[in-house]
Every structure is written in structure tokens, then in C-alpha cells.
Design a protein around this ligand. Structure first.
Ligand SMILES: N[C@@H](CCC(=O)N[C@@H](CS)C(=O)NCC(=O)O)C(=O)O
Length: 321
């Protein structure tokens, strides 16, 4: 684990000491947009863009799901990093589900960042949407990448599924804020906290937010009502990692997802959505967290369980009146 400082790789864990033991996520540095507009720098073209992901990473997982649901698999190809993220950060190999770097054959993900700017100061994160034409990073912010995938490429795919419909923008943004702060990023803030106080504060926010979404999902099928939206997919990638990883490794152990009847049923519905199970790799998920975070799990032993039948039928198509 580390970061680039003035273009040089430094092996360093997150600095929580200067922040009362609290983990603070760095803002993404590349925020360009693919737009279906005549004068756009990044136009939607088949084969022009490449997605760098980790199958372990919940943020990257969102982008893989959108690529699948929006019919982009023939238009945007993918490189998958190794699940092990140690002193060199994300690396490329071709073992068990990792693909190597399809474009440049790099050994390290940080080489991609310094290819764009050899004096860059940044963490080296996935996902990355890469432009082969201009040889640069379009975006390393998953929230933006899924919005681009939702609409910018429709001109190529004729795919009209809209996971961020105009009429629901305000509601989606409001739910995303709750889910991002307290659940998506909340589990990390629990897991990476280095003081008891910081951990307990984040833990109670997480528990409270899980209770809120459980209650919402007892009354309606999806977070925004009867319509499946990006908010659901953003929650899903954290839920699916919760029992295997966050409950134990990140000490988020109030209840497992299997203990919330509605959340567990909902999670299975989303997991069973066509194409989604194929984007979910529990081997990479567990290997990444338990093996890479040696300050949390110094033995690097990866747990075998849990055993959950995610293909068991769900009941989310019931009547909610
Ligand atoms: N805001 C980014 C966060 C991405 C992120 O933090 N990815 C993690 C993997 S789960 C990462 O690459 N971490 C490496 C690091 O922080 O050095 C997004 O949503 O795209």
C-alpha cells in the first residue's frame, strides 16, 4: 500500500495519526467525462476506452456491473489487477482471474498514473477509465464512471436502461449521500480507524444507516421505490462484501447482512440479476482484504467461510402495500 509523491512511489499506509485515528479518503484526481456531444474531448467510441479494475474493490465493482447492464462489454475492454495489494500497491499478474495489463504490459498500476503525469502526487486507485486515443486517464472516480456508462454510450448500444432517471435525481442523490458516508465508506472508516473513539463513532453511524435501509426495504422493493436505480447498485457492492469481509476484518460486527431479512433478500435479488453474479468474485474479494491489510491481519490467513446460498430464491417481487 502506498502512493505517488512527485511521481515517485512511496510505500506508506494511510495517515490516520494526524486525524485523531480517523480514516479520510482522498478525492479522486481525474474527473474528465465521456460525453455524447459534438465538441466533447472524450466522445463515445467503440473500443476507445479501457477499464482497469480490481475484482475485490467495491468501487470498481460498480463500474463492472454498469458495463454489463448497459451492454458495453463489446465496446469497453477490461484489465483486472492482482487481488494482492502490498508494498507496490496494485500490481498486474495473470494468475487466477487477473488478466495482466492488456494495454502496456505494465507490472504496476502506478506506472499508468505516471504515464499520464510523471510528477503526479496521488494515491493509485482503481477503477480507472483509460482513453487509448489520448493515452490518458479519463476518470478514476467510480461515481462518475457509472454515470457515463449509464448514458454517454447509448448512441452506440441503443441500450435505454436508465439507472439515473431525471425524475429521481434528487432522491437518488439524497440516498447516495446516506449510503456513501455511512455504509460504502462507513465500513472503511470502521476498518481503518486507529483509535477506539474513531472506530466507535463510525460503527454507530454504520449500524444506524443499515437499520434505515432495512426499514426502507421492508416497505418498498428498491431504495427509490419501485424503480431499480444506481443507488441500489452502489449499495449492493458493499452488501455483498459485508459478511465475508467487513463483518470480521473491518469489525463491522453488529449484525451480518444475513441477519437483516429485507437486506438479505434484496441483496440476493440483485446478485441474481442477469450478468451480476459473473462480476462478483469472492476469491479475489477475500484474498485482497485479508492478505493485503497486514496491519489488520498480520498472519495473512484468509478465512474459508461464510457459506451462503446466494442463488436461493428471493421474495422481492411481493406486494408492498
Ligand atoms: N473514489 C474512488 C475510490 C476508489 C478506491 O479507493 N479504490 C481502492 C480499492 S477498493 C484503492 O484503489 N485503494 C488504493 C489506495 O487507496 O491506495 C472511486 O470510487 O472510484
Amino acid at each position: 500500500m502506498g502512493l505517488l509523491v512527485d511521481g515517485k512511489w512511496q510505500d506508506k499506509w494511510y495517515d490516520t495519526d494526524s486525524n485523531d485515528g480517523k480514516f479520510q479518503r482522498q478525492k479522486s484526481v481525474f474527473r474528465h467525462w465521456v460525453k455524447d456531444e459534438a465538441d466533447a474531448d472524450f466522445a463515445p467510441e467503440s473500443g476507445r476506452y479501457h477499464l482497469y479494475v480490481s475484482l475485490a474493490c467495491p468501487w470498481a465493482h460498480r463500474t463492472l456491473i454498469f458495463r454489463e447492464l448497459k451492454g458495453l462489454t463489446d465496446h469497453i475492454d477490461v484489465s483486472v489487477v492482482s487481488p494482492e495489494m502490498l508494498s507496490n500497491g496494485w500490481t498486474f499478474d495473470e494468475q487466477s482471474g487477473s488478466t495482466g495489463d492488456h494495454l502496456y504490459g505494465f507490472k504496476f498500476m502506478h506506472q499508468l498514473y505516471t504515464k499520464v503525469d510523471d510528477g503526479i502526487t496521488s494515491r493509485v486507485t482503481v477503477p480507472v477509465l483509460w482513453d487509448k486515443k489520448m493515452e490518458t486517464i479519463v476518470s478514476n472516480e467510480s461515481a462518475d464512471i457509472i454515470r457515463m456508462f449509464n448514458s454517454a454510450f447509448n448512441v452506440l448500444t441503443n441500450n435505454t436502461l436508465d439507472l439515473y432517471p431525471e425524475t429521481l435525481h434528487a432522491k437518488i442523490d439524497e440516498i447516495n449521500a446516506l449510503v456513501y458516508d455511512n455504509i460504502n465508506n462507513g465500513v472503511y472508516k470502521c476498518g481503518f480507524a486507529t483509535s477506539q473513539k474513531a472506530y466507535e463513532e463510525e460503527f454507530s453511524k454504520l449500524v444506524n444507516a443499515l437499520d434505515i435501509v432495512e426499514e426502507m426495504l421492508s416497505k418498498q422493493r428498491y431504495l427509490c421505490g419501485e424503480t431499480l436505480t444506481e443507488s441500489d447498485w452502489r449499495l449492493f457492492t458493499t452488501l455483498i462484501r459485508f459478511d465475508p469481509v467487513y463483518y470480521g476484518h473491518f469489525k463491522c460486527n453488529h449484525k451480518r447482512i444475513v441477519d437483516y431479512p429485507n437486506l438479505y433478500d434484496y441483496m440476493r435479488e440483485l446478485y441474481q440479476y442477469p450478468g451480476v453474479a459473473e462480476t462478483t468474485d469472492f476469491s479475489h474479494i477475500k484474498r485482497h482484504y485479508y492478505f493485503s491489510h497486514t496491519m489488520i491481519n498480520p498472519t495473512q490467513v484468509v478465512p474459508v467461510g461464510p457459506f451462503q446460498d446466494l442463488s436461493a430464491p428471493h421474495t422481492r417481487d411481493k406486494n408492498y402495500e
